[in-house]
Structures are given as C-alpha cells and as structure tokens.
Design a protein around this ligand. Structure first.
Ligand code: S3P
Length: 165
C-alpha cells in the first residue's frame, strides 16, 4: 500500500489524524517534527533560532527522501513541508497527499496556548494567521490529491473520510 502524506497549516490536526490512522489501520506513523527534534536533540524553536529556517527546511527534505523508500506509512508533515516543490515531488512518488484545511478561527483556538511554533510567535490572531494561510494556499492546494475541510470534525470523521475517498 502507498503512503499517506498529511499536509496543511499548523494546527489543522495532522498529528491527531495520523495517530488515528496508525491505531485503526495499522499504518506505521512518522511525525516529521518529532523525528527531526529527536535527531537534532533540540526543540523546533531552538533549531530555528540557532540554525535558521533554511537549515530546518533542508532537514525536512532529507527526511522525506528517506520516507520515500517506505511503504504503508502515514506521515504527519510539518506545516511548511509542502511549500517546497522538491518535497511535493518526493511525496507524490511514494504516496497520496491529503491536505487538511481549516478556518483561521479554528487554528487560533488550537494554537493559542502553544509556543512550539516559531512562525506563529507574535502572530496569534485571526488576521495574521489568515494572511499566512492565504500566502500558502496556492501551494498547498496544488500539491494535494485530496482536500479535507476539518472544521468541526473529529479525527475519526476525518480519518474515515480520507480512507473512503
Ligand atoms: C511549520 C510547522 C510546524 C513546524 C515548524 C514550521 C510551518 O509543524 O514544522 O514550526 O512552517 O508551517 P506543524 O504543522 O506540525 O505545527
């Protein structure tokens, strides 16, 4: 079976949906952010602060190249992973790309008490989240084989919708 790559903005529930698919359908799970943090021995804010965003983006590309050789894996991608065309091509070669989409209000609700995302620092309001989301929308949608709107849905509903479609 092919892999499933969950892409989308921060806070759309990629990790939660991946865990659901992992439990219910025995798909192996890869949480990109978590694996990068483990390998680097540093938090994401520390990687961004000490090495810069580009370094982090290169780690994402390297990790996706490794995942490309795997099968039956559900991958919870970092929110920026699908913004690089090279990464999208790597994902397409080994699986289906599913975009989780949400309203900025939903995102704000989910990220407001979380400080692990450097790109949202000082931007935790609907206007700025909406603007960042809008600046990424074209690339996200172009990458996606399937788009699922997650507003008001549980991980179970989303997981079932992905498998049905
Ligand atoms: C990022 C999303 C984060 C993490 C990093 C950058 C982004 O992952 O990779 O903070 O550029 O959207 P999540 O989408 O899992 O929060």
């Amino acid at each position: 079976m092919k892999n499933i790559f969950l892409i989308g903005f921060m806070g759309t529930g990629k990790s939660t949906v991946a865990r659901y698919l992992n439990k219910k359908f025995a798909m192996e799970i890869i949480e990109m952010d978590e694996l990068i943090v483990k390998r680097e021995g540093k938090s994401i804010p520390d990687i961004f602060a000490e090495r810069g965003e580009e370094y982090f983006r290169d780690l994402e590309t390297k990790l996706l190249t490794e995942i490309q050789k795997m099968e039956n894996v559900v991958v919870s991608c970092g929110g920026g992973a699908a913004l690089r065309e090279e990464n999208v091509q790597i994902m397409k070669q080994s699986g289906h790309i599913v975009l989780l989409a949400a309203r900025p209000e939903t995102i704000l609700e989910r990220v407001k008490r979380d400080d692990s995302r450097p790109l949202l620092k000082g931007r935790k309001n609907v206007k700025e989240i909406g603007a960042l989301m809008e600046s990424r929308r074209e690339k996200y949608e172009a990458a996606a084989d399937l788009i699922i709107c997650v507003d008001g849905k549980s991980a179970e509903q989303i997981g079932k919708e992905i498998l049905r479609k």
